[in-house]
Ligand binder design. Structure first.
Ligand code: PGA
Length: 237
């Protein structure tokens, strides 16, 4: 894993934008994996600025988001579809039909996971994947204990993840209990991964990911086995 150490969130977003733009520009039909959360927000703003200035285009891009809550409509401000539309898709030249998130409203969630995973395979897997990390080492909604071989699947969210995410909801009981997430096996098939880690509260988990045992108890530790991962971080290591 390559580590790019930066001073603050602004520099992190700048570097992340650079790598993202490089992936978008070098491929004829870039297949990009996207993350939500606070960490990539500024990167999406910068990508929007670059696209509006004509420096980069999403015209030929196909995107797959890592995850989505079960049971929230696209119009719900807490759904990840809403987040992506608001932060990126509505402001750039991407073709909406090429943007994919797992459908958390599908009647049969298991079947939806299979359809989503198969669509990624059909596109030839992700060329470039943006990841964030949770305090417990989750990537996507792959919580500790998730199999390294997992494909896109339905997860029951841990209390710690629900509590952390409840800051976006009116109250903890409004946070969904289930979500759909790309699996760790699916993630590991991405040709290039960019993991963004912002803020010293993530120092402890980042140290485990970098130097600890590769274990399903720390889902992101699997990235030690990935041949082309860059970690951009402002964490004091
Ligand atoms: P954050 O979320 O960017 O809001 O810290 C990361 C995650 O939980 O995957």
């Amino acid at each position: 894993m390559k580590i790019v150490k930066v001073k603050n969130n602004e520099e992190l977003s700048e570097k992340a934008t650079e790598l993202f733009v490089h992936a978008l520009s070098r491929l004829e039909k870039p297949v990009i994996g996207l993350a939500t959360g606070s960490t990539p927000e500024r990167m999406y703003e910068k990508l929007t600025e670059k696209c509006q200035a004509g420096d980069v285009s999403f015209k030929n891009a196909v995107t797959f988001n890592l995850d989505e809550y079960a049971g929230l409509t696209a119009g719900n401000p807490n759904s990840y579809r809403f987040y992506m539309d608001e932060k990126l898709f509505n402001h750039v030249d991407i073709q909406k039909e090429n943007t994919h998130l797992p459908n958390g409203l599908a009647d049969d969630l298991q079947k939806e996971c299979k359809i989503f995973d198969d669509s990624i395979t059909k596109e030839g897997n992700l060329d470039f994947l943006v990841l964030g990390i949770g305090l417990n080492g989750h990537i996507g909604f792959n919580e500790p204990g998730t199999s390294f071989d997992s494909r896109t699947h339905v997860v029951e969210l841990t209390e710690s993840t629900r509590e952390v995410n409840s800051r976006f909801f009116d109250s903890l009981d409004k946070v969904p209990t289930e979500a759909l997430t790309m699996g760790l096996g699916t993630i590991m098939e991405a040709k290039e991964i960019m993991l963004l880690v912002q803020g010293d509260k993530k120092a402890e988990i980042l140290k485990k990911v970098l130097h600890g045992e590769i274990t399903e108890e720390v889902p992101a530790s699997i990235l030690q086995r990935h041949p082309n991962t860059t970690i951009i971080t402002d964490v004091t290591l």
